[in-house]
Design a protein around this ligand. Structure first.
Ligand code: ZN
Length: 409
């Protein structure tokens, strides 16, 4: 297993230990740019756009006005670990190895990554890195800062780690927090938060008490979001890092079974799909509040990048042999929307960026930006040249003036 890894983890962790556990040790070096990434698992622009028009996402609106945004071309048959690992490495799924939720019969995990991820490259260049609830980061790897895992974390009642929600204290089968000492601190100061969003219900959970179940499920989802918001607030206050990446994953989870479909859509069941038609759009309204909490920590010299891995659309037909793992263990969740269409262009992700030198009110048309471009663009902000294996390019079109002006920051 170790031989397939891209670096000897022990060696790197020793290096960072010598620099101070939290890495805030480059007092003599010139300040590094500050970048905060907020990622969303499954942001569907068809649902977000009306909310923007209605003024229900004021924080995202403000980022759009002050920055650049557009669709984000994703990979074929996109799903969360597959796309996020592509974003981390700017390499193809077949190259980085995390091709889906289950790889070779095993839940996707960071030991499978065969290409160096962004956080490792930044850490090596003395950029302090903080990451929390980012999908496909379990078990956590050493960084020049901290890492708290996200989706695919395994734990009690979530033994395979697929689309379920262990609490921090319930994690099993690997570390969810780096450095390990930070876990105690988080339990004390933040509490025992859920690391991922709630599991989707089985058909048997719903049958006969659909509306009560939907209500209680959505209450739990909001609790998880509130806990994560509290965690982000704590981290941004107490552990500021040059590069910070925070993740949200309840949007997609809700969309799969509560997308506001119409009676003519495949899978429509009025007992489920006519009950809380606002539930899925409301996830983005709730996301906007999380964004607002993060923006309170942001100054004009900080880059903010919001990125999603794919959208989500109603089923076009029933697919009896749906290979992807958006099901509960019994595989009976009444899924009515999905994103792993063979053509990823049917369900693009989205991209929003603002910060020093980024153009205002710029809309990227078509597929100017792709999931491969995120890592090179972030490296560029830090003046780090993209390595050969990366398949994306720097999104230079979003920056004012020449590339040099950015590199000098
Ligand atoms: Zn999904």
């Amino acid at each position: 297993m170790m031989s397939r890894r891209f670096f000897p983890a022990l060696l790197l962790s020793l290096l960072w230990l010598s620099m101070g556990v939290f890495g805030q040790s480059q007092s003599s070096a010139k300040p590094k740019p500050h970048v905060v990434v907020l990622s969303v698992n499954g942001m569907e622009l068809d649902v977000v756009r009306p909310l923007l028009l209605e003024g229900k996402m004021p924080n995202l609106s403000s980022v759009i006005k002050k920055g650049a945004y557009g669709k984000l071309r994703t990979v074929s048959a996109p799903n969360c670990p597959r796309v996020f690992s592509t974003i981390f490495t700017s390499t193809k799924p077949e190259e980085h190895g995390v091709t889906g939720f289950i790889v070779g019969g095993i839940t996707a995990n960071t030991n499978m990554l065969k290409q160096e991820p962004l956080w490792s490259m930044l850490s090596k260049k003395d950029v302090t890195v903080g990451m929390a609830n980012v999908p496909a980061t379990f078990p956590v790897l050493p960084v020049n800062g901290y890492m708290i895992s996200g989706m695919l974390t395994r734990g009690k009642n979530c033994e395979d780690g697929v689309l379920c929600a262990p609490k921090l204290s319930e994690v099993q089968g690997g570390d969810a927090v780096y450095p390990a000492t930070m876990k105690t601190e988080l339990l004390k100061n933040v509490g025992d938060f859920y690391i991922d969003c709630e599991r989707m219900p089985a058909a048997s959970d719903l049958k006969g008490h659909e509306s009560e179940f939907i209500d209680s499920w959505l209450t739990k989802v909001q609790l998880i979001r509130d806990e994560q918001t509290h965690l982000f607030d704590y981290l941004l206050d107490h552990h500021p890092t040059d590069f910070t990446w925070l993740g949200q994953s309840c949007e997609d989870r809700t969309g799969h079974w509560l997308y506001p479909i119409a009676p003519y859509n495949a899978g429509y069941n009025p007992k489920v799909n006519a009950v809380r038609t606002e539930a899925f759009p409301d996830q983005y309204v709730a996301f906007d509040k999380v964004l607002g909490a993060v923006l309170k920590h942001i100054d004009d010299n900080t880059y903010v990048i919001i990125v999603s891995d794919h959208g989500i659309k109603p089923l076009r037909e029933f697919e009896e042999t749906d290979a992807h793992a958006h099901m509960d263990h019994e595989k009976t969740t009444p899924v009515i929307a999905k994103h792993d269409f063979a053509d990823g262009d049917d369900v693009p992700g989205s991209f929003f960026a603002m910060g020093p030198g980024i153009k205002h009110d710029l809309r990227l048309m078509g597929f100017e930006a792709s999931v491969y471009d995120i890592a090179p663009t972030i490296l560029h902000i830090y003046g780090i040249e993209q390595p050969m294996q990366m398949r994306g390019h720097v999104l230079s079109e979003i920056f004012e003036g020449s590339d040099k002006a950015i590199a000098q920051k």
